[in-house]
Write a protein that binds this ligand. Structure first.
Ligand code: EPZ
Length: 419
């Protein structure tokens, strides 16, 4: 499956943001930690959610689909902690399931998790964290085995890890005693997860700060929870306007979660009006904007997932800017595809590139290497002159629901076709 895009485009209209992929995945995993069904609303219709549901169903959970993005997870019949090798390779986030599975069974098997090509993405922090909680971990080739009855622990993350924090949070919530997670990730999806668990009877304090304290409980009731808006989608749509020019109302979003990207877009010369009460962002831009340096950082810094769309916007901005990708060593490799379209980007090292703009991009044949580079290539194709083909649409569908209909509704000439 591939996308065909004809540019250049001027963006106009209104687009609503879906529930966050990176909120839905830990909430689905949380469903395995509860003693009664959980109902999750605003679940985005994306491939990564479908893979997570398939994995959970293989383990014995029953997941039923309601109307407009509602899922109900019933873990009563959960029977195994052996994650299926044919599916874990498609979804790195399956690692989050290890937390509730170890709390429930004291045993889990993880074949090599897959995911994006943005970096090596080891699981050493998960192994180290589980060992701190008393779990015995053995690594046999591509398979990692976890066995043991967890005990309360204090774990200090040497490197901030989002799903690492979520996984240990889910383990500690059901492990008797007082646990602590230090140097915890602070991404908005984590306080959202903790708030939901507390609503089900958990005792978690400090989520959203670097130190989370958890008092394990032996029972978690059911609950209903909505996925928070997808902050990465929000930035992708704003970067689309910055790259192409136009006037866009972004709705059903959480401006507070994208304060840094909005600051950068304003510094570039876009007109940004955010309304946190209404959950809207109005962005207007007339290229060329001004180039500004960007540096990714754990939340509340600039999200690494928001960097590829902003890098495309920089190719259309006046000036030279350094892009410093501090989190992943492979995430900048997609800039060679932008250079193939006519951009002028120098890759200085795996973590830095220099963008010199504005450069007129021309359509070409491309392939999406991962979710966020994929949406960045769609943005580049929308502002490029001529026809672009973007293969491996699955990578974009992993994180963006119905993307072609939604982009078409704001002026992008895009269609999907079989490869
Ligand atoms: C989460 O991945 C997100 N995924 C990623 O989004 C996001 O890029 C990342 O956080 C950083 O914000 C989900 O939430 C499902 P990390 P995660 O552990 O938790 C290193 C997307 O496109 N590390 O915070 O896997 C790692 O290599 C995806 O939506 C270890 O060294 O990322 C990275 O350099 C892509 N050992 C850094 O930590 C480990 O055991 C941060 O990664 C784990 C991670």
């Amino acid at each position: 499956m591939r996308f065909i895009v004809n540019g250049p485009t001027t963006i106009h209209g209104t687009i609503s943001v879906r529930g966050a992929k990176n909120a839905a995945l830990p909430l689905l995993a949380a469903g395995l930690a509860l003693d009664a069904p959980v109902t999750i609303t605003r679940v985005p219709a994306i491939e990564d959610v479908a893979r997570m549901v398939e994995i959970m169903e293989r383990l014995g959970a029953v997941v039923s689909r309601g109307a407009d993005g509602t899922l109900q997870v019933n873990a009563a019949a959960l029977r195994s902690g052996d994650l299926p090798a044919d599916l874990t390779g498609k979804l790195r986030a399956c690692t989050i399931l290890l937390g509730p599975l170890l709390a429930r069974f004291g045993r889990a098997v993880l074949p090599q998790p897959g995911g994006c090509t943005i970096g090596q993405r080891p699981i050493d922090l998960f192994v180290d964290g589980f060992r701190a909680f008393g779990i015995e971990v053995t690594e046999e080739g591509d398979v990692t085995r976890f066995v043991g009855t967890p005990h309360a622990a204090r774990y200090v993350f040497p490197v901030v890890s989002v799903t690492g924090t979520e996984t240990l949070l889910l383990l500690a919530a059901r492990t008797p005693g007082e646990s602590a997670i230090e140097n915890a990730a602070m991404e908005p999806e984590i306080p959202a997860l903790a708030a939901f668990l507390n609503g089900c009877g958990a005792r978690i304090e400090g989520a959203g700060t670097p130190t989370i304290r958890i008092t394990g409980v032996d029972h978690l009731t059911s609950g209903t929870v909505a996925c928070i808006p997808d902050r990465i989608e929000t930035v992708a749509f704003a970067a689309l306007v910055a790259a192409c020019g136009g006037d866009l109302e972004i709705t059903e979003c959480a401006p507070a979660h994208v304060a840094v990207p909005l600051k950068l877009l304003t510094a570039m010369g876009a007109e940004v009006v955010a309304d946190s009460v209404a959950g809207t962002i109005h962005i207007r831009a007339t290229p060329p904007l001004r180039a500004v340096a960007i540096r990714t950082h754990e939340y509340p810094g600039l999200a690494t997932d928001a960097q590829p769309p902003l890098t495309v916007a920089l190719t259309q901005a006046q000036g030279v800017a350094l892009v410093h990708e501090t989190i992943y060593e492979g995430r900048l490799l997609f800039v060679d595809k932008l250079n193939k379209m006519g951009a002028n980007i120098i890759l200085c090292d795996p973590h830095r590139c220099i963008v010199d703009g504005p450069r007129r991009l021309h359509g070409t044949t491309l392939e999406s290497p991962d979710i966020r580079a994929g949406i960045a290539l769609l943005i580049a194709a929308a502002c490029a002159h001529g026809r672009s083909t973007i293969a491996n649409a699955y990578q974009i569908d992993r994180g963006f629901a119905n993307i072609e209909e939604r982009l078409r509704s704001i002026g992008v000439d895009i269609r999907r076709e079989d490869s």
